[in-house]
Design a protein around this ligand. Structure first.
Ligand code: AMP
Length: 620
């Protein structure tokens, strides 16, 4: 009896595919309807019976309110599907709806294969955040599957592609599916796949192209008849299907006719919609999308510090890459490098099946390395996001940095974890926060708190903070994150570039304030410690400079003004050392100011960063 084989599942926005390794080759398992691809659509009948796949997709026209498509876009959010039943309104989470799709794939595959499937590898877009990955895992669990591994779709594609190739090469995976766009650059050689960069847009796919055609058709129809088809769910669904069909036809034709009889009716009788759509018009309607994908490709190249010349092959994934305009744009940048051997609809699932076979021990000599799509940071003083794990770091990975308190006698620290490329915490996505309490009271700068970030093979983040002195620790697993949509994530990516200069300036300002605060603290301590060792007039002079700097810090002074006040204070404080060296008998006492001399302060100042309003950071 066959046992513990691991299937590969591409759980897509518009369609899903399940595969398994047969001997040395991955193969797609057809569903009960005999199709290789199952639409990711779920529909509920009045009796709460549920349909999945093609049958559900057909019902989208007749029962749009009872039918759910594109649930993948809602994964990891609070969104709830509301379905009217005889017993009243029923709610489903995105995980539950996804689990229904997975259940069908599982059951149909079991019938076909003749044995039970318990384990799976499921793919997600490279841009899925922690919460979306966790939601995908949960969907598997609800469907009765142990999800052995979550892998990125482009990585899976490259796995399918690279299995037989031995020569070292760098490939770029261009994946434009129904709802998401991903680019990954991978180094492949000797059975090792290393993702060196990823970029993408979780809100760009074939559906957006369809929508442009729908909008155009609806507008034309409204101009002509005065009827707004977008208000009628059934008509809208027909428009969407017609738009998608037209789009696909334009992949091999110059012109197509969209014909929708009886699409609406008014007092004068039924209305029909008939429109010609040329390839040129279609490109005009959608070219901003196509061009945007190329900008994202360029971003990935920049992240990998590569030029198009460095790419040996381009692998096209996702049904939308069949559009000639996409192939044209990709060819412009990468002449003669496009690889079209692989069926773009199946390649991801096939790659997942290969990974499944590796995990099951059926295939060896493949090591899979993925990368983090966004920088993971903690908040430091003044709201600065201090990176712990940089964007595009290979996972699984673990990084530790040591921080210390910034207040005397402080016994707890607040660890605030964020994700994103911006320099300030408030502009990034908050993933979670927790406190470490019970730190032994000590002067600021003395306690040492290790903050460790570790990302496991599924891309799930574990954060631990540990006080070195007491051994006390606290930790968090990032599953439940504050809710931020894909749109927001996309915006964050774009903002990071747009505001790079502004952010840098703001960070410099905050750092200047932090340094000034540290200088005030040190100088006040020095003044207390030197006591009578310098004359009163010098003590007063330094004290007045300290007060002036404190005043600047409390007011809304600019960074330049604060820097000037710091400089004044440092100059004045130099005289302390001079006077003390003129009194050799006193310099030998234990109360000497060396440890807190202005020179050593400014050195520390230059390096200091702080966890937040309360803490100071020290590099390990
Ligand atoms: P995927 O999620 O990878 O299956 O991609 C599905 C998307 O590819 C859908 O938006 C389809 O409309 C689109 N698609 C499939 N075939 C074609 C084609 N021949 N031309 C243009 N788009 C296509």
């Amino acid at each position: 009896m066959e046992k513990e084989r691991i299937v590969g599942i591409d759980l897509g926005t518009t369609k899903s595919v399940i595969s398994i390794m047969e001997g040395s080759k991955p193969e797609v398992i057809t569903n009960a309807e005999g199709e290789r691809v199952t639409p990711s659509v779920v529909s509920f009948t009045e009796q709460s019976e549920r349909l999945v796949g093609t049958l559900a997709k057909r019902r989208a026209v007749t029962h749009p309110e009872q039918t759910i498509s594109e649930i993948k876009r809602k994964m990891g959010t609070d969104y709830r599907v509301q379905i009217k039943t005889e017993q009243g309104l029923k709610q489903y989470s995105p995980e539950e709806i996804s689990s229904m799709i997975l259940s069908k794939l599982k059951k149909d595959a079991e019938d076909k294969l003749g044995f039970k499937i318990k384990k799976a590898v499921i793919t997600v877009p490279a841009y899925f955040n922690q919460q979306q990955r966790q939601a995908t895992k949960d969907a598997g669990k609800i469907a009765g599957l142990e999800v052995e591994r979550i892998i990125n779709e482009p990585t899976a594609a490259s796995l399918a592609y690279g299995l037989d190739k031995q020569k070292d090469q760098t490939i770029l995976v261009y994946d434009l599916g129904g709802g998401t766009f991903d680019v990954s650059i991978l180094d492949i050689g000797e059975g090792v796949f290393e993702v060196v960069a990823t970029s993408g847009d979780t809100f760009l796919g074939g559906k957006d192209y369809d929508q442009r055609v729908v909008d155009w058709l609806a507008q034309e129809f409204k101009d002509e008849s005065g009827i707004d088809l977008t208000k009628d769910l059934a008509a809208l669904q027909r428009l969407k299907e017609a738009a998608e069909t037209a789009k696909k036809e334009l992949s091999y034709k110059q012109e197509t006719v969209i014909n929708l009889p009886y699409i609406a009716a008014d007092a004068k009788g039924p209305k029909h919609l008939e429109r010609k759509l040329s390839k040129t018009k279609f490109i005009a309607l959608t070219d901003d999308f196509s061009k945007r994908t190329m900008q994202i490709v360029e971003q990935a190249l920049r992240d990998a510090k590569l030029t198009p010349k460095d790419i040996d092959q381009v692998v096209m994934v996702g049904g939308s890459t069949r559009m000639p305009r996409i192939q044209e744009l990709v060819t412009e940048i990468f002449p003669a490098k496009i690889n079209k051997e692989i069926n773009p609809d199946e390649v991801v699932s096939l790659g997942a099946a290969i990974q499944g076979a590796v995990l099951a021990g059926e295939v060896d000599q493949i090591v899979l390395l993925d990368v983090t799509p966004l920088t993971l940071s903690i908040e430091t003083l003044g709201g600065i996001a201090t990176p712990i794990i940089d964007r595009n770091t290979t996972v699984p990975c673990e990084k530790t940095k040591t921080f210390t308190t910034a207040e005397d006698g402080q016994t707890q620290v607040d660890i605030h974890i964020t994700q994103g490329e911006r320099k300030l915490t408030r502009d990034n996505k908050s993933l979670g926060r927790f406190q470490l309490t019970g730190i032994a009271p000590a002067p600021r700068g003395i306690p040492q708190v290790d903050v460790s970030f570790s990302i496991d093979a599924d891309g799930i983040l574990h954060v631990t903070a540990k006080d070195k002195a007491t051994g006390k620790s606290a930790s968090i697993v990032i599953k439940e994150q504050s809710r931020l949509g894909d749109e927001e994530l996309k915006r964050m990516q774009q903002d990071a570039e747009r505001y790079a200069d502004e952010d840098k300036k703001r960070v410099e300002e905050i750092e200047t304030r932090n340094q000034a605060d540290q200088l005030v603290y040190q100088m006040e301590k020095t003044l207390r410690e030197i006591g009578e060792k310098v004359n009163a007039s010098l003590r007063d002079k330094v004290q007045s400079k300290v007060s002036a700097l404190k005043e600047k810090l409390q007011s809304n002074a600019s960074a330049a003004e604060i820097r000037q006040a710091m400089e004044d204070l440092k100059q004045a404080s130099l005289e302390i050392g001079q006077q003390m060296y003129q009194q050799p008998e006193q310099s030998t006492t234990g109360a000497g100011p060396d440890a807190s001399s202005p020179q050593s302060e400014s050195k520390t100042d230059g390096k200091s960063e702080y966890i937040d309003a309360e803490y100071e950071k020290k590099e390990k």
